[in-house]
Design a protein around this ligand. Structure first.
Ligand code: DON
Length: 347
């Protein structure tokens, strides 16, 4: 062996071995990687002392929730769980419920039902904007409604589309669908329900307007009340992660094994989440993570890496757009560490 060749081997061999190791790790299925738990632990430790943001207070009960509450859970499509922090304390699901009621309408009446009645486009306005309703009204006749079922007007309309007759019958269907996604029986947090019912005059105005403009065709007061109830369902970080993982697994709950939705009807749900799940910041979120996601003012965020995992974080302090500060940061870190971005093309 010449001196030059020996020298080159000393330099290149370790580099080759390192490159091969990276390729092997990247090719491992997620379930086989110990690094889901490592990524979750790393994010938890990095953000556990972060104090940015503020609890929502326009619903008085939300202002009283402990702002230090912080839990991360990741569930793979084969039902493996990685977690850190508080997995037990329940917060109200709030706007995250909009995903599952929209999914229920899509499941029962097809994706076109939501597209035709409500629309699947971003509004570019806050989640409870009334100006957005007026703006949409101008294009609605043109067959191009610029709204979606993840902002309050669209969500209250979606709730009104769940069939069943009496309020109780419709409610049993709504909570039943949420239960199937979570894999356990969920309950309404009565203090939150009361607090929001006492203060939701703006949503009542939106409900009345949506009825006046023909989006809601049934009793709008019932729709607003059921919507308020669904927003008050109590969930912990693990529940939310299982719900997200069920979407990641083509509608099959990976913990209970139940097929909750038709696989073909899941992509439209994920598409609306990608478009409008984090409201005005949805574009920024997608730019950095590529993940369909949904936030709630209770402090939860769910995100879905299709075919891989669902992840959820609960942490009540929110940013100006109404999204949990720590949840956004922790989910982005964990997903990026696990190659979770579907727009990156796999693995
Ligand atoms: O209707 C409301 O204002 C609340 N029940 C839900 C709003 C919400 O979660 C918006 N999320 N970021």
């Amino acid at each position: 062996m010449t001196r030059t060749f020996r020298h080159a081997t000393r330099i290149w061999l370790p580099a080759l071995v390192a490159a091969a190791a990276i390729v092997v790790v990247a090719c491992m299925p997620l379930g086989a990687q110990a690094d889901a738990q490592t990524a979750v632990n790393t994010a938890f430790n990095k953000y556990k002392t972060l104090k940015e943001g503020k609890n929502a207070d326009y619903i008085p009960a939300l202002a009283k929730v402990d702002p230090n509450l912080f839990g991360i859970a990741l569930v793979t499509i084969d039902g493996k769980v990685a977690s850190a922090g508080d997995l037990a304390t329940e917060v109200s699901i709030q706007s995250i419920s909009k995903v599952f009621t929209m999914a229920q309408v899509i499941q029962e009446q097809g994706p076109e039902s939501i597209e035709k009645r409500i629309g699947v486009d971003a509004t570019g306005a806050r989640f409870n904007s009334i100006i957005a309703v007026e703006a949409v009204r101008n294009v609605v006749g043109s067959g191009a409604p610029e709204m979606n079922a993840l902002v309050n007007p669209g969500a209250i309309s979606a709730t009104s589309m769940v069939t069943g007759g009496s309020a109780d019958a419709v409610w049993n269907k709504i909570i039943g669908f949420h239960n199937d996604f979570a894999g356990r029986q969920l309950k309404v947090l009565q203090d939150v329900y009361k607090s929001e019912s006492d203060t939701n005059q703006r949503n009542q105005a939106i409900g009345a307007l949506m009825y006046a403009y023909g989006y809601i065709k049934t009793d709008w007061k019932q729709a607003v009340d059921l919507y308020t109830r669904q927003c008050s369902i109590g969930v912990n970080a693990k529940d939310l992660a299982v719900m997200a993982a069920t979407l990641a697994a083509k509608g099959r709950n990976p913990v209970t094994g139940k097929q909750v939705m038709d696989p073909a009807k899941v992509p439209p749900v994920l598409a609306v989440m990608a478009t409008a799940g984090l409201y005005d910041d949805s574009g920024k979120w997608l730019y950095h993570t590529g993940l369909p996601a949904k936030s709630g003012v209770g402090g939860g965020i769910i995100a879905v890496s299709p075919g891989k995992f669902g992840i959820a974080v609960v942490s009540p302090p929110l940013d100006d757009a109404g999204n949990s500060v720590r949840a956004q940061k922790a989910i982005a870190d964990v997903s990026n560490a696990l190659n979770g971005n579907p727009l990156a093309g796999g693995r």
